[in-house]
Design a protein. Structure first.
Length: 369
């Protein structure tokens, strides 16, 4: 008599094979099988043997194929099964990691110089480097990464790229004195030395800028098809790849946001939401959008879906909502970012009728009622 664990492992092997090249399309019959599996999984007392035989019967009628890319369906099937149904964790697989748009997975803070040389800043502390533009780069525990402007030898604009992994944030001081706080899972491309009439940088993810005023050399941040232009100000940009919209939140000064043919000028306390060639402006509590750089999560009637997007990036988690309507539950509160994930979830559980089940880097959210 096979144990539930053995049956479940056989089920996994039917659904996912490492030995064969996986197809790029999900067969409708496979989807039907997965839907069937999901129905069994949501039963209060799942019958693993019945689940196994049902899926085996369906797969047997479709010889030769295997499910590709089970991760597409893991969010609604595999992880809820593993995490919620009796605590079965026999599958020894690597936790799902959140990927940045760069080709390589990053688990440390990396600086890529203009010559392609990569430096792991998480390993190298209290060290310095000299760039092709004779810029001195130094790193310390207080100021983060600091560029001290050298002599401009030519007009060639040499760019560096700073990448921040999940579960980290970082401070950068550019050669003009502008300070940038980069949030987790973010990337900034910027010149070693600003040359020409404009100071241009490119952002992916989220960053808070404290720009040094220089009217003759406006500072511009490019995020996809949106441009934010400033003279001297403090503002936050949230533009993670998984979000369609780009949020520009102004703390001090004045910025001009351009999205295609649309253009708006923000005053402190306003936020521009750019998407699909349009810009919408609203008044906000700036603290909610810049608290991350001060080590806090501030949520004001924020949905669990929005909250868990931040949790995924900060803790490096893969999040599953066991029921779609849970995504719209709201939470209000202030949480220390330095708390372990388990403690953060306990705070939310005290207010919202949900349960967080965490295993390694995977978390499933279920209803209490």
């Amino acid at each position: 008599m096979k144990t539930n664990e053995e049956l479940f492992e056989e089920l996994w092997n039917i659904l996912y094979s490492k030995d064969k090249k996986l197809s790029q399309d999900i067969d409708p019959q496979v989807k039907k099988t997965l839907d069937c599996l999901y129905r069994f999984a949501t039963h209060p007392e799942p019958d693993y043997k019945m689940m196994f035989h049902e899926v085996e019967k369906t797969c047997a009628s479709q010889k030769g194929y295997r499910i590709l890319h089970l991760l597409k369906y893991a969010a609604i099937i595999v992880f809820p099964l593993l995490l919620c149904l009796g605590g079965i964790f026999f599958l020894k697989k690597e936790p799902v990691e959140i990927a940045m748009s760069s080709e390589k997975q990053r688990d440390a803070i990396f600086l890529t110089l203009s010559d392609g040389n990569e430096i792991n800043l998480s390993e190298k502390q209290q060290e310095g480097w000299i760039t092709d533009d004779m810029v001195n780069i130094r790193q310390d525990s207080v100021e983060g990464l600091v560029y001290e402007e050298g002599k401009i030898r030519d007009t060639v604009q040499r760019y560096n790229v700073l990448e921040i992994p999940v579960a980290a944030d970082f401070r950068l001081k550019l050669s003009d004195g502008t300070v940038v706080y980069l949030n987790s899972g973010s990337k900034l491309k910027y010149p070693e030395v600003f040359k020409g009439k404009e100071r241009n940088v490119m952002l992916e993810g989220e960053a808070y800028f404290e720009v040094v005023r220089d009217e003759k050399h406006p500072f511009k941040v490019t995020v996809r098809n949106v441009e934010v232009e400033v003279l001297g100000t403090s503002f936050n940009i949230n533009a993670y790849p998984e979000r369609k919209e780009i949020q520009t939140t102004l703390a001090q000064g004045k910025v001009r946001v351009t999205n295609g043919k649309k253009q708006v000028v923000l005053i402190p306390g306003e936020q521009a939401i750019s998407t699909d060639g349009n810009i919408r402006v609203r008044e906000v509590d700036v603290r909610e959008f810049i608290s991350w750089k001060n080590g806090l999560f501030i949520f004001n009637r924020m949905t669990l879906k929005e909250i868990m997007m931040q949790m995924e990036r900060w803790y490096g988690l893969h999040v599953v909502f066991f029921s779609p309507d849970i995504e719209n539950y709201t939470f209000t509160g202030v949480i220390d970012k330095n708390l372990p994930a388990e403690e953060t979830f306990k705070v939310i559980e005290k207010v919202v009728d949900v349960r967080f089940t965490l295993k390694d880097k995977n978390v499933v959210i279920t209803k209490l009622k």
